[in-house]
Design a protein around this ligand. Structure first.
Ligand SMILES: [Zn+2]
Ligand SMILES: [Zn+2]
Length: 204
């Protein structure tokens, strides 16, 4: 499902049979009602075939697999042996988190501060207006308010890659309002973005 070595998710594609895309190709994520063990997310992603398709991703694959906890076997070119990547990647991730680094982060506009986050809190993504950036709608895990950030693709695709500066839409969204894709696009293309420094030292 998720390949930690290529940082891509594999899905079914009606025209190609199978396709693999990075997290930044996801367009919409929603928690599938009635799932709990594990929680499953329904996602829609932009496929290289040019269409948008639905797919299912388990919570583990969304939040933990990118940290390497299920990387699986790989060929170690130094020892020429098949080794288990999971343990090594997982260890490295644990050490970085313990050292205060966060795999993903965003800027919570209502709170006026950067916050650590997991991909399961992302719910809309779209190519942004400027410099091939990515618009990202996040539901804050701390205050539950919505924020729109403008980030690089690497910011979402690569754990521990946090943009030094991200765009923030200066708009407080009504508490439980769920943005439609149309509203999201309108915000992305019309809103004034304020550049905020995403200094993770600020994350308590
Ligand atoms: Zn396709
Ligand atoms: Zn918040």
């Amino acid at each position: 499902m998720y390949d930690a070595l290529t940082t891509r998710y594999t899905f079914a594609c009606p025209s190609r049979g199978e396709t693999s895309v990075p997290l930044s190709s996801f367009r919409r994520l929603e928690r599938l009602e009635g799932t709990g063990h594990p929680v499953v997310y329904r996602v829609w992603f932009d496929c290289p075939c040019g269409q948008e398709h639905p797919g299912l991703v388990a919570h583990d694959d969304l939040d933990w697999a990118p940290l390497g906890f299920h990387a699986g076997p790989f060929l170690n070119l130094l020892t020429a042996r098949i080794e288990e990547a999971g343990a090594e990647f997982g260890d490295a991730s644990c050490r970085r988190i313990e050292a205060g680094e966060w795999p993903w982060s965003f800027f919570c506009y209502p709170e006026g501060r950067p916050r650590p986050v997991f991909p399961s809190s992302f719910f809309l993504l779209a190519p942004g207006g400027r410099e091939a950036r990515l618009g990202l709608a996040v539901r804050c895990p701390a205050c539950e308010a919505m924020s729109l950030n403008l980030v690089s693709h690497e910011h979402v695709d690569l754990p521990f890659h946090n943009d030094a500066e991200i765009g923030v839409v200066e708009h407080v969204f009504a508490g439980d309002a769920l943005l439609t894709m149309e509203q999201f696009h309108a915000e992305l293309y019309s809103a004034s973005f304020d550049a905020r420094r995403l200094l993770l030292d600020d994350v308590a």
